[in-house]
Design a protein around this ligand. Sequence first.
Ligand code: NAG
Ligand code: NAG
Ligand code: NAG
Length: 507
Amino acid sequence: MRCVAFALALAALAMCASAGPLYDYVHAPDDDYTYEVMNQTIKGVDFTVYNVFLTSGEWMPQYSNKPMWTHWLQVCVPHKPRKDNDIALLYIDGGHTANKASPPSKGDALVEILCGTTGAVSAHLSAVPSEPLVFSNDPSGKSRTEDAIIAWTWKVWLESGGKADPTWLLRFPMVRSVLRAMDTIETFTASYGKDLVPVRRWLLAGASKRGWTTWMAAATAATAERPDRVVAAVPIVAPVGDLVFMIGDMYKAYNGFSFALDDYLDAGVIDYLNLPLFQSLLDLVTPTGPGFAANYSRQTILSIDATGDEFFMPEPWRAKTGSWVKPIEDAGATVIQRMVPNAEHSLTGHQIDVALTVQSFAVAIMEGKTIPVMSTSISVSDKLATIDVHIDPASSTNSQPKKCIGWHGYNKHTRDFRLITCADFKNPACLNPILWFDEPLVPMGNNSWTFSRAVPEAGYEGLFIECEFDFAGLSWLDPLKLTSFVSVAPTAFPFKPCPPTVCASGK
Ligand SMILES: *[C@@H]1O[C@H](CO)[C@@H](O)[C@H](O)[C@H]1NC(C)=O
Ligand SMILES: *[C@@H]1O[C@H](CO)[C@@H](O)[C@H](O)[C@H]1NC(C)=O
Ligand SMILES: *[C@@H]1O[C@H](CO)[C@@H](O)[C@H](O)[C@H]1NC(C)=O
């Protein structure tokens, strides 16, 4: 409403009109929101975990077989809380709709590690989304989980020509469940006593669909009264930027789509990819949608991505405009990246390493440190691919990395860096063993590093720079590993863009 009053130009009006649906939905008063703290706790050496049965709200009661979304929210309270700290960590996770009769008997190991070692209240939210679900308007009648639910909700919205209620888009109730978990923990810690500082600020994290949800909760949790509610976000394997462009790149790289998009192909939503309606859908639920960039302005965002991700290309920040992250940085946010080599979407085998990165990052945020930003420039000529990284010494008290290394991975046939190329992981034919190797880099002086590789005559090579940073006085912490963007050389794609019959037929 206020938006309209300020909107003098038509363009501004248009922006305002599409700016608020997600924000309005997640902040709407809702009698269905309730929570109950179970009596049985889980005791660790350094912490106590409380099982909270959370009802985050009702969604699509006319169509969903389980409209009430219920979650186990596990709140880990450290026995020796970090002094004066009002920042909590929330890890958003998946899993089935919670059943009150069977509370979890164990805490989440990684959340307990974060809780015990950082001294911050750390919580684990399950069942985002609430699943499995069956929809009454779905002729297949199938029980859907994960992407199959999201794809169905997108289909309903797209087939309505964008006229259906936008809250059909599953991101709406997913983000709402995160906001209700935050509300719950703020209330719970405010009355906890024992000198625990009530939680007022947040570091949000999650992977994949929950990484996407992390982006959107970070964009909508703060209010005009509490602009600093979210201080940091760690979206993991969820570089959900200029998706039309990124999925278009994928088609040009693989001559088709990754198997990872099968649920979306099955639902027929990719038929809309290059139509304006698809962008309208994304505008409602991705960080590049109108109005969202400014809402990250006070945050530090650590994007953790995988070189071999079957959902995303190894250059996760590529966009039609060059970089979709830039408007978010321009709004004032600090956006940093850690690209994990030799990992696919699930980060199998890398979980501890990634958790330690989150731990170092969280402590740096709680200590009020400025995180070093690796300014990266990439150049690819006919013969040579080069990445230059410069770290502004003034950007951080810890801007001098312990060391930097260069990573490179090569596919001698085609531009495909996925570690798995079909859904049957146990079938050797699905493995695509593109391995990344590292080599030491010599500092160029002036806090700069450069990494060059000959452009291969056949196939494609990816490269990036990784630097390790120590945070002074915190020797028990793992170094924080941050990376540059990935450059792929040669830059041209091997295949043609997706034809309109496949990507713009609107079914
Ligand atoms: C917890 O214990 C109290 C006291 O024994 C009881 O009144 C309450 O109903 C219990 N709550 C739950 C969720 O079991
Ligand atoms: C950004 O946050 C403000 C409150 O700080 C809110 O009014 C606005 O709707 C948010 N923008 C979007 C696009 O959600
Ligand atoms: C070193 O980096 C700074 C920017 O931080 C730049 O202004 C300066 O020109 C650089 N000096 C050299 C010798 O490259």
